[in-house]
Design a protein around this ligand. Structure first.
Ligand SMILES: *Cc1c(COP(=O)(O)O)cnc(C)c1O
Length: 478
């Protein structure tokens, strides 16, 4: 048996393989061939019976013909070259799922990225004068218009925006923050730690549940650089609580000559046109209320690419732009292209609501979700037969990603209760399918929420679930 295994150089000349080497490169194919033949040898040594005709437990041995091995090699190369970062279907109902890449982009944003990706662009060139330009000027006017702020700039993400703003405005001095707002977002972004990194000193005031204007005032000293307000993006303190409203903090800041910076986290851009976003601070309103600098994410409720936006007073934004960190945290051209296209949709609230996937998902009417769930359930019932109990039930979707905590968006869930298969095995098979599907698990039930399915994915989910029950593809169609 071992002698029948061809040498690597023969396999590399087998039908179809020279063309494959031409296409993907000799090195990858050779490495895959060596690996494949080595594992084949191990397999035969470990399992072949003494007479070499079959495995010890009677299964046939692998086909060792050159043709069969060439097909196996093609598959091995395809597996090796398959992207590690790949699209998945989000059936969890969590719209901004940080582990799943937060916001899927609008068609306009994707087009804009593709347009500039493979070509030269005027990233830092003022085409009118031929002089060096600034990448920030490309979205400057859009952001000013949409936020109402005097100036704006964009960096890599909102964590970078906060770090840069604190570094530029408060390094070596003190920043006053309420104890109720010392947030941690997604494990690695913690206000006290970002503050330390920026070189600013954190002065905590008030208590977890109550902070009053007098607390801020008492903490002000000669070294105070600014008041920082942080939106409690992923939690709410309820019960006996008190916080100082932005307008009051701004008034106190004006009186004492201190700027107020507001880290909005998610931040809703422009009008309150999307149902369900009412609770999240609105960027325009924060600027109008007098916040001297606001920071927010591009890929949370804005629904654009990963980015951090700093908007506010011209002189403060200028300090951020001139700070050395700005260069380290700068946004790249693909992100800028996607952000510009996303922001343009916001010039018309109705257009944004229709075209920005995050907004569209959040605003999908419950009746439409119920209809889609019923349809998905009917397809699954028909295709799975007795292998699962499939029902629809009322449930809640989440905004997620550090936005709108505690807000339940009413939806209809498809519940799949597998018979003779554990729900964990089913969920695992779905995750490992192609495309991978992420669902929720509740007890013995797998729950699928149509809210976060993009156009065309309802059908793909049905296919994936059927395949997960039946990896060999024996299920009846129809
Ligand atoms: C999400 C969030 C951040 C971090 O933003 P990224 O864009 O994820 O870097 C910072 N502050 C607040 C309040 C947030 O909600």
């Amino acid at each position: 048996m071992l002698r029948q295994i061809p040498a690597v150089h023969r396999l590399l000349e087998a039908p179809g393989i020279p063309a494959l080497r031409e296409r993907v490169g000799h090195a990858v194919v050779k490495e895959s061939a060596e690996e494949m033949l080595a594992s084949l040898r191990d397999e035969i040594r470990a399992t072949a019976a003494a007479d070499g005709a079959a495995t010890r437990d009677g299964r046939p041995l692998p086909d060792l013909s050159l043709e069969a091995l060439a097909r196996r090699l093609e598959e091995a190369v395809a597996r090796r070259l398959a992207p590690r970062l790949r699209p998945v279907i989000n059936a969890t109902g969590v719209v901004l799922h940080t582990n799943l890449g937060r916001a899927p982009l609008s068609a306009a944003a994707i087009r804009a990225m593709v347009e500039v990706a493979g070509r030269y662009s005027n990233l830092e060139m003022d085409l009118a004068t031929g002089e060096r330009g600034s990448r920030h000027s490309l979205v400057d006017d859009l952001l000013r218009k949409l936020t109402g702020a005097e100036a704006a700039m964009v960096v890599n993400n909102n964590a970078a925006a906060v770090l840069l703003a604190l570094s530029a405005l408060a390094a070596g001095r003190q920043v006053i923050v309420s104890r109720g707002e010392l947030v941690e977002i997604g494990g690695s972004f913690r206000i006290p730690e970002v503050m330390a990194q920026s070189g600013a000193g954190l002065v905590e005031v008030g208590t977890t549940n109550k902070t009053r204007a007098a607390d801020y005032r008492r903490a002000v000293g000669p070294d105070t650089a600014l008041f920082l307000k942080v939106h409690t993006s992923n939690y709410r303190i309820i019960g006996f609580t008190e916080e100082v409203p932005l307008t009051e903090l701004v008034a106190m800041g004006r009186e004492l000559g201190l700027p107020v910076m507001y880290d909005l986290g998610s931040g809703v851009l422009a009008g309150r046109f999307a149902a369900g976003l009412g609770d999240e601070p609105n960027v325009r309103e924060a600027v109008a209320a007098g916040a001297d600098l606001v920071t927010f994410s591009g890929d949370k409720l804005l629904g654009g690419p990963q980015a951090g936006i700093i908007a506010g007073r011209g002189d403060l934004v200028e300090l951020c732009r001139r700070h050395p960190l700005a260069r380290a945290l700068r946004i790249d051209k693909l992100t800028l292209a996607a952000l510009e296209a996303t922001l343009k949709l916001y010039l018309d609230g109705a257009l944004a609501l229709r075209e920005v996937p995050v907004l569209r998902m959040l605003a999908t009417p419950p009746e439409e979700l119920a209809r889609r769930a019923e349809h998905l359930a009917a397809v699954l019932r028909r295709r799975l037969g007795g292998r699962a109990r499939v029902t629809c039930q009322p449930g809640a979707s989440r905004s997620g990603g550090g936005s709108l905590p505690g807000l339940d968006l009413p939806t209809t869930l498809v519940s799949v209760e597998p018979q003779g298969l554990s729900v964990d095995l089913l969920a695992g098979a779905l995750r490992l399918g192609d495309p991978p599907v992420l669902a929720r698990i509740a007890g013995d039930h797998l729950l699928l929420d149509p809210r976060t399915l993009l156009p065309g994915e309802d059908e793909a989910v049905a296919e994936a679930v059927v395949r997960a029950f039946d990896p060999q593809g024996h299920s009846a169609r129809g």
